[in-house]
Design a protein. Structure first.
Length: 141
């Protein structure tokens, strides 16, 4: 009996730092911090540029600013040490009448970019679910 108690206490003591390490492992870190996000956004923007389904929206966009703002936004959103200085999501997408299919096309582009950078599936899913929460602020505005 005493052996079991010791084993349980040992398991708890050993398990705790493991759990704490996971909490510290932010999505920002999993994406490779600012440099990783920057590279991911470069590939993402290139994917968008080749996508006939959405390219019309980006015809007159300052791509350099767009790329920078995307990175800043993602950095803040994933727990990184950044302050997003761009426009509010509803405000910037207002009047674009973005459809669900267009939103899905953008998500597909992001998945392609994440695959290109060989991000683990768990990291990809974490990012996708974070962005899915923005759906209502972007589609149909
Ligand atoms: C989760 C999905 C999305 C996120 C997180 C997102 C985020 C952003 C961010 C951070 C900006 C920069 C704002 C600024 O310059 O101040 C932006 C701009 C823009 N977004 Fe999105 N966006 C998303 C989906 C979409 C979709 C689906 C489309 C169209 C198919 C789209 C079209 C645009 C365009 C055209 C701009 C440039 C606006 C301009 O500079 O005038 N976005 N978006």
């Amino acid at each position: 009996m005493q052996k079991h108690v010791v084993a349980i206490i040992l398991a708890i003591v050993l398990w705790q730092p493991l759990c704490q390490a996971q909490v510290g492992n932010s999505l920002y870190q999993q994406l490779g911090e600012r440099a990783g996000i920057n590279e991911l956004m470069t590939t993402f923007v290139l994917e968008i540029a080749e996508d006939e389904r959405v390219i019309e929206h980006f015809r007159n966009v300052d791509i350099e600013r767009f790329h920078h703002m995307l990175g800043e936004h993602l950095c803040e959103l994933t727990g990184g040490p950044c302050t997003y200085t761009g426009a509010d999501m509803v405000e910037v997408h207002r009047g674009m009448a973005i459809t669900r299919s267009e939103f899905n096309a953008i998500v597909e582009n992001l998945i392609k970019a994440m695959e290109h950078h060989q991000l683990p599936t768990a990291t990809q899913n974490r990012l996708l679910s974070t962005l899915a929460e923005l759906h209502g602020e972007i589609v149909g505005q």
